[in-house]
Design a protein around this ligand. Structure first.
Ligand code: PEP
Ligand code: MG
Length: 759
């Protein structure tokens, strides 16, 4: 069953458009199940009717003609109950409705399964048979599995059709909305620049080109380069392989010939297809033919063709990358954005970001917020590889992406952008004013930094120190571990830029979604795995070099504070402190005269919450990492858009945990800060102030808004609000209580210029 399922899905996946995909589905499912009929009905959102879109077995003239409301017929019943329906004699069911156009009266038995994608019913998959019989459990399981697998494929094919107006009517379709999750607030209008994953043939889109000779030249260059690689590989392995084994390389070289794959690709390019698209078509065709073969040796050849395809694609992509020009108003689109990709775009050109994977607390979103770039994450249904060069609107407030925006939609979003610009202008005057409440409570606002550009931004926005320098960020944009000397220069830059204000440098926090290309870690549960302090304690050489570099960089400045990430208990803290002292004595032995800086622990693992006092006693300060604390307390992967709606730092459990941390830290006389994204949310910041946090550290972009709000309220008001909120046991109620309180204070509008895009 699995083998058949996989084969069908593969075929459907490579279909050009929705109609072809549906035709393949009905043909293959009917054959696999041995039934007389297989049909797909899709729910048309406009008419709210299930429309017969493809059938094998029923009258084909009925396609597009027969439709039923959710309250009608057996198909409507399957769609509304969202459950399979298995009937021996369909006509005797009270909900049976007869459509003469289909000729279905001949079929007695009926099995239907709903097609559901992300909780949305998209349609119904049906098989029918003449013979009166109940479909057995195996058949039912097959159809249910099939429709679950097909839901994503159909959603993708539908979306692809709406992108460039290649839909059923063939006209341009405007304002198609793709739903993701908000990554960084703001709105942007610009042209999409797609960054494709390296050498992944599956996602290469079709693209028409006028410069056919140019594409052929690219392809010939790639052919030459791959030929040279194969010759080199064959020569290198000559002594280790037998003659027959080396024959494989000859097969590869033959495939590249004009008479073979090479020639076929050129023919497709000559039709006006770009080289990468032509390569994908030809390679996929061969791969499919090989895979359909039942002979194990021949079906294995599919992987050789795929390998050749990948090699050629890598060279074609390299050539394209070299000539890639980023237009003004670039919106970078990728399956999975990485900090390094942001760095590729020339300064001033990047206005928006869209990622198919990831969520609002992925580190790319955090960087985007720090840079003030509107971002949508987790746009899972966006056929991202198809949007290159087309106009997009990114709505980072709601998490929506619109393709081919109409003049009306452009106008609406231009107004929001203008409103936002005005608000920021209004906030500029706050730069030199203290963050002080109406009743005189001072709360230092610090910035989170990591990128070089953060230094200037933090200064511009009036940060009073750095509460979190993410030292891993420069490591992520490098191609190898930076040396001690390079690190000293980096850290000195930070410390000197803020001197005499304090700079809290966190030791390397890699793992999870922060990968280093030169130190790959493959894990199933990376957020529960080798992360942060766990890695650096296992690699004391990395930790010691970094600690020494921080200490040396602080010479004569004395504004360094060191922060330890992902501490889950005292043994890790003690081990890290031992290494820090060792680094300190080493640098002093080298003649660098620095005092031992204050050391702090991040409270971001639930275990640490319950040991706040014990940890605090051993260090100088604490800092809560609410991003991770939220993910670990709620068991919600911060990077997974599917569960993004469950990730909520205003959950009652989080608020109670935070309150407890503050009380426990203060009970042993230690200050506590918070440096997760929550601190940069103005209304949450009000609650944090009321809890007693000694400082808040946030992305510099949000700092003026937080300051503005805290200057409009009294500590007394904030405390009353906190008392009220801590009694509420439902997160959604906490949200509405907060927004209501802000509205009563007349402060809501200022904080959310995107509110006009909300329904
Ligand atoms: C946190 O977890 O809240 C935090 C500040 O660290 P990071 O987001 O880098 O994991
Ligand atoms: Mg963290």
């Amino acid at each position: 069953m699995l083998h058949t399922l996989r084969k069908i899905i593969q075929e459907v996946n490579s279909a050009r458009d929705l109609d072809t995909a549906l035709t393949i589905i009905v043909e293959r499912v009917r054959a696999a199940m041995g039934t007389q009929v297989c049909s797909v009905y899709l729910l048309d959102p406009q008419s709210n009717r299930f429309v017969l879109m493809a059938t094998e077995g029923l009258n084909k003239d009925a396609i597009g003609q027969v439709s039923m409301a959710p309250s009608e017929g057996l198909v409507g019943l399957v769609g509304t109950r969202e459950e399979p329906l298995n009937l021996e004699d369909a006509a005797s069911h009270p909900r049976y409705r007869y459509f003469a156009e289909t000729g279905e009266e001949r079929y007695a038995s009926f099995l239907g399964a709903p097609i559901i994608h992300h909780r949305r019913v998209m349609g119904v998959l049906v098989v029918q048979q003449k013979e009166r019989r109940q479909f057995d459990e195996g058949e039912e399981a097959f159809l249910v599995t099939m429709s679950a697998q097909l839901a994503g494929v159909i959603a993708h094919a539908e979306a692809t059709g709406s992108i460039r107006g290649l839909g059923k009517q063939g006209k341009a379709i405007e304002d198609t909305r793709f739903v993701g999750v908000p990554g960084s607030p703001g709105v942007a209008l610009g042209s999409a620049v797609v960054v494709l994953p390296a050498a992944d043939l599956e996602v290469v889109p079709d693209r028409q080109v006028s410069d056919i000779d140019g594409e052929i030249a690219y392809f010939y260059n790639a052919l030459e380069a791959v030929r040279a690689d194969i010759h080199a590989l064959s020569a290198r392995l000559a002594s280790q392989l037998r003659q027959q084994e080396r024959a494989l390389f000859d097969v590869y070289l033959m495939m590249l010939d004009d008479a073979s794959l090479g020639g076929e690709v050129i023919k497709v390019i000559e039709t006006g297809q770009w080289a990468q698209g032509a390569l994908r078509q030809v390679v996929n065709g061969h791969v499919q033919r090989f895979e359909q073969m039942d002979d194990a040796y021949l079906s294995e050849r599919a992987s050789d063709v795929r390998d050749i395809g990948r090699r050629l694609l890598a060279y074609l992509q390299q050539a394209r990358q070299q000539k890639l020009v980023y237009p003004d108003n670039t919106i970078l689109v990728s399956e999975e954005l990485s900090p390094a990709m942001l760095g590729e775009v020339p300064p001033g050109k990047l206005v928006g970001l869209v990622s198919v994977r990831g969520s609002s607390n992925s580190h790319v979103s955090i960087l985007a917020r720090a840079m003030g770039i509107p971002t949508v994450m987790g746009a899972a249904d966006l056929p991202y590889s198809m949007v290159d060069g087309i106009e997009l609107i990114v709505d980072g407030y709601r998490g929506d992406v619109f393709t081919n925006p109409s003049p009306g939609l452009r106008r609406q979003f231009a107004e929001i952008a203008e409103e936002e610009r005005q608000l920021n202008l209004g906030l500029e005057s706050l730069r030199c004013l203290p963050c002080e409440t109406l009743d005189g409570h001072r709360l230092p606002l610090w910035a989170n930094t990591g990128l070089f550009a953060d230094i200037a931004r933090a200064h511009e926005r009036g940060a009073e120190g750095v509460g979190l320098y993410r030292s891993e960020v420069p490591f992520m944009t490098n191609e190898r571990f930076p040396s001690e000397k390079e690190q000293v220069a980096l850290y000195r830059q930070q410390l000197a830029a803020f001197h005499p204000l304090p700079v809290t440098m966190r030791t390397l926090d890699i793992g999870g979604d922060k990968a280093l290309s030169y130190f790959p870690i493959k894990e199933d549960n990376s957020f529960l795995g080798w992360r942060g302090i766990r890695i650096t304690l296992d690699h004391p050489e990395i930790f010691l070099v970094q600690a020494r570099a921080m200490l040396k960089a602080s010479e004569g400045l004395d504004n360094l504070r060191i922060l330890l990430p992902m501490i889950s208990g005292l043994p890790e803290l003690e081990e890290a402190q031992r290494l820090l002292h060792r680094a300190w004595s080493e640098v002093r032995e080298e003649g660098v005269d620095v005092p031992m800086p204050p050391v702090g622990v991040m409270i971001e693992i639930p275990a640490a919450v319950f040991q706040t006092r014990e940890l605090a006693r051993q260090v100088d300060f604490l800092s809560v990492g609410s991003n991770d604390l939220t993910q670990y307390l709620l068991a919600v992967d911060r990077n997974n858009p599917r569960v993004a709606n469950l990730y909520d730092y205003l959950h009652p459990s989080i608020l109670h945990a935070l309150k407890r941390v503050v009380d426990d830290a203060h009970s042993v006389g230690k200050p506590v800060s918070i440096c997760g994204e929550m601190a940069g949310d103005p209304s949450a910041a009000m609650l944090l102030m009321a809890m007693g946090f000694d400082s808040l550290s946030m992305n510099a972009t949000n700092l003026p808004k937080v300051k503005w709000l805290l200057r409009q309220v009294s500590l007394q008001q904030a405390r009353e609000l906190l008392d009220q909120v801590l009694l509420i046991d439902h997160a959604p109620l906490i949200h509405s209580t907060l927004s209501l309180a802000l509205r009563h204070l007349g402060l809501a509008r200022m904080l959310n210029p995107g509110a006009s895009t909300q329904n």
